[in-house]
Design a protein around this ligand. Structure first.
Ligand code: FRU
Length: 444
């Protein structure tokens, strides 16, 4: 076939330009940026019939540096369109060294982002009419320092919600030498803020090594919202996501139970409103390969599935992937599950070992002696006894497992996309290939 000069030019322009489109480690139904670095989900919201997902982004390289806010939108929680960068540091401004994590509220109809500018860490706001172009408030920073007398290693990641005629805000912080906390503020207009008190305070892990976050001296990314008749509070610290479920009354939070919200690669979750009155949770899925390998790959970080929290009859926390993902299912199979881009359900007795391997690489493992479930190098302990229901999602290097709707385990397993081999006995097995949400692994 002869191609005209014009169509040759057009095909050169519209070819999937990036070699990333052919990178088998890049997922096909999880969200991730065009290229380069992503960490925390920021300000996710369902607004005017569209899901918006912003995220911590370095548009220049596949490593953490000079934080911008990337942005994507979706009509259905599945298919995403990349949008231009939403926030970039303003030279000389309070966010000159980075636009860190934050949230969004709709203030009298106006989308308003509340985020952290660095350095030092201060809280700022930006508004928009179209969710794409953001104007920073002339009075930024709206909170210029931690409350007087609070000696904190950090002061970031505001979470804002409406209660009656007030805005309430939590800011991630810590009491130096003691433990992480989330500081509670109140405002009438998102601009003037009054500090009230710490919502909850943890304790430093005396055995832990590393910086303030690793030791539990600093809590990052607080989030707080109702689930059923309780309130769910979680923070990212000590390399994990800790949650508390409890009562929120007279501006006091009384936790009744606690645990780990998401195990393994997951970090810095952020919740969003969603259709059908649901609340969904997104997590950043960290890489589990070297920084050098991430730079070489040209991308780093993926977003988890959207997960819906609810309460079981006994008041404990259940976690399910949003129902939308079942729309991607192809034909149901009961033998030989696909090795990639698929969903697999297995029921285990709980008393026998189980494993899924791709070539020499173990993707999922279960050890009945310790009741430990693994996904690559991530691990989680399962509750004491009984059979186990696993819902497994394999997507390039991303592995997510939901055990008995209670344990959310995430891991990264790279390469070796050959047939899946199963070891051990299962009581029941079914699987579905899942349809990719884009033709080119979201590289355009
Ligand atoms: C969590 C975090 C946040 C901060 C952001 C910076 O992963 O450290 O506390 O706002 O990432 O990118």
């Amino acid at each position: 076939m002869l191609l005209s000069r014009r169509s040759l030019l057009a095909s050169a322009i519209f070819q999937p330009s990036s070699p990333l489109a052919a990178d088998p480690d890049r997922p096909r139904f999880h969200f991730l940026p065009l290229s380069n670095w992503m960490n925390d989900p920021n300000a996710p919201i369902w607004h005017k019939g569209q899901y918006h997902l912003y995220y911590q982004h370095n548009p220049k390289a596949a490593k953490w540096d000079t934080m911008h806010w990337g942005h994507a939108a979706s009509p259905d929680l599945l298919h995403w369109q990349h949008r231009p960068i939403a926030l970039a540091p303003t030279p000389g401004g309070p966010d000159k060294d980075g636009c860190f994590t934050g949230c969004m509220v709709i203030d009298h109809g106006t989308p308003s982002i509340v985020y952290t500018g660095v350095r030092p860490e201060v809280q700022c706001i930006a508004t928009s009419q179209d969710m794409n172009t953001w104007t920073k408030h002339p009075r930024n920073p709206v909170v210029a320092a931690p409350p007087p007398g609070v000696d904190t290693p950090g002061f970031r990641d505001p979470h804002v919600w409406r209660e009656g005629d007030a805005w309430l805000m939590l800011v991630g912080a810590g009491f130096r030498g003691k433990g992480g906390t989330a500081l509670l503020y109140e405002s009438k207009d998102l601009v003037e803020w009054t500090y009230l008190k710490p919502l909850l305070t943890g304790a430093i892990d005396p055995a832990a090594k590393g910086g303030d976050v690793a030791r539990g001296e600093m809590w990052e990314c607080p989030d707080f919202f109702p689930v059923g008749n309780k309130w769910l509070f979680y923070v990212s610290t000590e390399n994990k996501v800790r949650y508390w479920l409890g009562e929120w009354k007279s501006r006091t939070f009384t936790p009744h139970s606690s645990g780990v919200l998401a195990h393994g690669a997951a970090y810095a979750p952020k919740s969003s409103n969603a259709s059908q009155g649901r609340r969904i949770i997104w997590c950043w899925l960290r890489e589990q390969r070297s920084g050098q390998d991430q730079l070489k790959a040209g991308w780093s970080g993926a977003m988890s599935l959207a997960v819906v929290p609810s309460l079981a009859k006994d008041g404990t926390l259940l976690l399910d992937p949003a129902a939308e993902y079942t729309k991607l299912r192809g034909r149901r199979q009961t033998e030989a599950p696909p090795a990639d881009c698929c969903e697999i359900h297995v029921e285990l007795s709980g008393r026998a070992p189980f494993g899924l391997t791709r070539g020499a690489v173990e993707v999922i493992g279960y050890d009945p002696d310790t009741r430990t479930l693994s996904a690559g190098r991530s691990e989680a302990k399962l509750p004491a006894s009984g059979s186990i229901d696993l819902r497994i999602f394999l997507d390039g290097s991303v592995v997510e497992v939901f055990a008995d709707r209670r344990v959310w385990l995430t891991g990264r397993v790279y390469g070796s996309y050959q047939a899946l081999a199963m070891t051990g006995k299962v009581k029941r097995l079914e699987s579905w290939p899942l349809e990719p949400v884009s033709k080119d692994r979201l590289t355009t």
